[in-house]
Design a protein around this ligand. Structure first.
Ligand code: ATP
Ligand code: MG
Length: 219
């Protein structure tokens, strides 16, 4: 874990400074104070739980947004664990990273193929459970600063894992890791628990015209 890096963000990049630039007041104004004064005061954020981010919706960009965060974190020497609940090994470019990126971004794909309406959910439930146990095992030694749970929102929507298992896990962890959850049709409990929720909305996509997915862009 490299929480020192997180806490040691350069001043001009701190959340307080960012809020100031965006015109959002996060703390009461101090008389005669300035932004620097506010930043020096704030140790509250150091002890907070890691943030929970949810990327949901039917538009493209959920998994790639999570991968973008992992890349940004890697730039700060932070380690990311990615658990993919519905993706077969080798199915996507992020499975093919080589060192040094693969040492900072560790990807574990799990998947029992497509889950279509009417399919027996049994095999999918088993793989999801296996992925969940793997994740808990890998988190035990606190090596990771960021955890990406790819397609977990859909897994919950499909009833392959109880919502209370996930909410309990999010509540039970400490300041680390930050967690990013992706997937369509996120249940309300997840939306309520997340700190940041972004919905990707499809405006246009080539698959509507029957065009195949593009390597490096779609997978
Ligand atoms: P990305 O991984 O590109 O960020 P995403 O995570 O938002 O996308 P998913 O729902 O996980 O979207 O879909 C995975 C990929 O499959 C996406 O890259 C998307 O372009 C493509 N895709 C999404 N829906 C369909 C579809 N119905 N048919 C074919 N391809 C699709
Ligand atoms: Mg995805």
């Amino acid at each position: 874990m490299v929480s020192g890096e997180r806490q040691g963000m350069r001043e001009e990049q701190s959340p307080v400074a960012l809020s100031f630039l965006l015109g959002i007041t996060t703390q009461p104004e101090c008389e005669g104070g300035n932004v620097k004064d506010h930043m020096d005061e704030g140790t509250e954020s150091d002890n907070r739980k890691g943030v929970v981010i949810l990327f949901t919706g039917d538009g493209k960009g959920k998994t790639t947004a999570a991968l973008g965060c992992a890349l940004r974190a890697a730039g700060r020497g932070m380690k990311t664990l990615i658990i993919q609940f519905m993706k077969d090994r080798g199915a996507s470019g992020e499975h093919l990273l080589s060192s040094p990126l693969s040492t900072l971004i560790e990807v574990h794909p799990f998947g029992a193929g497509f889950l279509r309406p009417g399919d027996d959910p049994g095999p999918h439930r088993k793989v999801v459970r296996e992925a969940w146990e793997k994740m808990k095992g890998l988190l035990r030694d606190d090596r990771f600063d960021l955890l990406v749970l790819d397609e977990l929102a859909y897994v919950l929507h499909a009833g392959l894992l109880p919502e209370k298992t996930v909410i309990g896990f999010l509540e039970g962890r400490g300041a680390s890791p930050h967690v990013i959850i992706t997937g369509r049709s996120a249940p309300q409990s997840l939306i309520d628990r997340a700190d940041i929720v972004t919905e990707m909305r499809e405006v246009k996509h080539p698959y509507r015209r029957g065009l195949p997915p593009i390597p490096g862009i779609d997978y």
